[in-house]
Design a protein around this ligand. Structure first.
Ligand SMILES: [Zn+2]
Length: 253
């Protein structure tokens, strides 16, 4: 733990505390390094942006292509809990290790007894929203009122743009918590693309994030995090993901 500021399972407890909803049964804990930072950025709510495959060292390499995120954001090194997207996102949203939430596939989301911070918020009458891949969104639809899905696509740049578009639409409802998931970096990594292509994907996501910031309240806390380190070629120290926190208004100047 020492080389990390926190774990992916500590994100949901920090968000729950910030928006005032209980999150019983989480494996993660409220860590001051994380919650103090978030509290300084947020007065009105949280937008949690999961960037697929944004490992800690991957982010260090892609940073020049992500000026909106990197200039104002505070970077933490966050410990990953799995190499797979669906269980990782379930861990981010529930604050539980995969062995606790047991969500390995999208279908498991419907049967898992562990509730995410989104569901807890909904139960408390705290408005929350989610924009993810269509199957995941369909699974969430029964639980979260404001849920939009984007069908998987061969054109992952267009897919991410559609995610951004739905996020901006749902922000009009002023949710206290919004969660969305961008996938272009991960897809390009799986396709074995060049570093320049990865940088292009990162730049596209960075512009989406800047646009989302312009459409949300300035005093929203933006949390950008990876779900797991990038697949394939990895350096020795690449077992963590990037976690970047900033105030929405700070990227709009
Ligand atoms: Zn992933």
């Amino acid at each position: 733990m020492s080389e990390y500021n926190c774990s992916l399972i500590d994100i949901a407890p920090a968000i729950a505390e910030l928006i005032g909803v209980p999150l019983p049964g989480a494996d993660g804990v409220v860590r001051p390094e994380l919650s103090d930072l978030m509290r300084r950025c947020s007065r009105v709510g949280v937008v949690l942006i999961i960037v697929d495959s944004l490992g800690y060292s991957t982010y260090q390499r892609l940073k020049p292509s992500m000026p909106s995120v990197s200039v104002k954001g505070t970077l933490l090194r966050c410990e990953a809990v799995t190499d797979h997207t669906t269980p990782a996102i379930a861990s981010i949203l529930s604050g539980c290790y995969p062995r606790t939430h047991r969500v390995l596939t999208t279908a498991d989301m419907l049967t898992s007894s562990i509730k995410s911070v989104l569901e807890r918020a909904e139960e408390c009458g705290v408005k929350s929203a989610v924009v993810i891949e269509a199957d995941g969104a369909a699974a969430m639809k029964t639980k979260i009122e404001l849920s939009e899905g984007v069908p998987d696509s061969r054109d992952i740049i267009a897919y991410d743009a559609a995610i951004k578009g739905h996020a901006i639409d749902l922000l009009e409802h002023k949710p206290a918590l919004m969660v969305l998931h961008f996938r272009a970096i991960d897809r390009y990594a799986h396709e074995g693309r060049s570093f320049d292509d990865l940088a292009f994907a990162a730049g596209s996501i960075d512009r989406h994030i800047a646009e989302i910031c312009r459409h949300t309240l300035a005093d929203s806390c933006i949390i950008v995090c990876g779900d797991h380190p990038i697949h394939g070629k990895r350096t020795e120290d690449d077992h963590g993901v990037a976690l970047i926190i900033f105030r929405a208004g700070d990227v709009c100047d």
